[in-house]
Unconditional design. Structure first.
Length: 241
């Protein structure tokens, strides 16, 4: 990818093929989701009513594909909407063409997680309620290789849920050290940071298995972990707990 002089982006194929120019800027591309070149999202601020609607755009065509103004929010959020105060939404990367969309009332930290089809905005599952505490820079998201389990941390503690049914699996208590989820390789272990320290936890009940991990591995979708050491990369197969 090459940044053009006008602020747009040019995608150069590996090998033969025609370059693709997109109106998306390098700032837009930092928030891309979905497979292929994917989609990016932009806030659509409104003052009548107060809202932060979200517009999703196809990077390849520059076409706006949907706006949360036209989508139905979860019932718990919809019942709070008034003529003066509408919704806010935030799109988080997930897996392939499925993404997590966080809904809340404008200006409020209480939110509801949903799983949507990024191509249409169609809701696939409604997840748990969370308290973001206004946080945007300390988010944590881990997804299992089969895409059925997600552990999200968007403010006050982490919540694990089944993305197919929307069922909440576990939630942190208010007095616990916040789990910033980083990896969920599917072997029963959740890798996360606890107050900046790498740790391994039981994915089913968040019980601490090991603390003091210097570098949390990167995981492939077929069961391998990669750790960078002084002598290069070390690759090993994961084992169930």
């Amino acid at each position: 990818m090459d940044a053009g002089a006008s602020g747009d982006a040019k995608f150069l194929p590996i090998g033969d093929g025609q370059a693709l120019t997109s109106e998306a800027s390098h700032v837009d591309l930092q928030r891309t989701v979905g497979s292929g070149l994917g989609y990016y999202s932009q806030q659509d601020i409104s003052f009548q009513p107060y809202a932060e609607w979200l517009t999703a755009t196809d990077i390849r065509t520059g076409k706006k594909v949907w706006n949360t103004k036209d989508l139905a929010p979860p019932a718990a959020v919809a019942k709070l909407v008034t003529e003066d105060n509408a919704t806010s939404a935030r799109l988080m990367p997930y897996q392939g063409d499925k993404v997590l969309l966080e809904w809340s009332l404008y200006g409020e930290s209480e939110a509801v997680m949903t799983l949507i089809d990024v191509k249409s905005g169609r809701r696939l599952a409604e997840g748990p309620g969370i308290d973001t505490n206004g946080a945007i820079d300390d988010d944590g998201l881990a997804v299992s290789p089969d895409g059925k389990t997600a552990v999200v941390q968007y403010g006050k503690g982490a919540v694990a849920w089944n993305t197919e049914t929307g069922k909440e699996l576990w939630r942190q208590a208010a007095d616990e050290v916040t789990i910033m989820s980083k990896a969920l390789p599917g072997n029963g272990v959740l890798y996360a940071y606890l107050d900046g320290t790498g740790a391994a936890l039981d994915a089913d009940d968040k019980k601490l298995l090991r603390s003091g991990i210097d570098e949390i591995p990167q995981f492939t979708t077929n069961g391998y972990a990669v750790v960078r050491g002084t002598g290069g990369l070390f690759v090993f197969g994961t084992q169930p707990v």
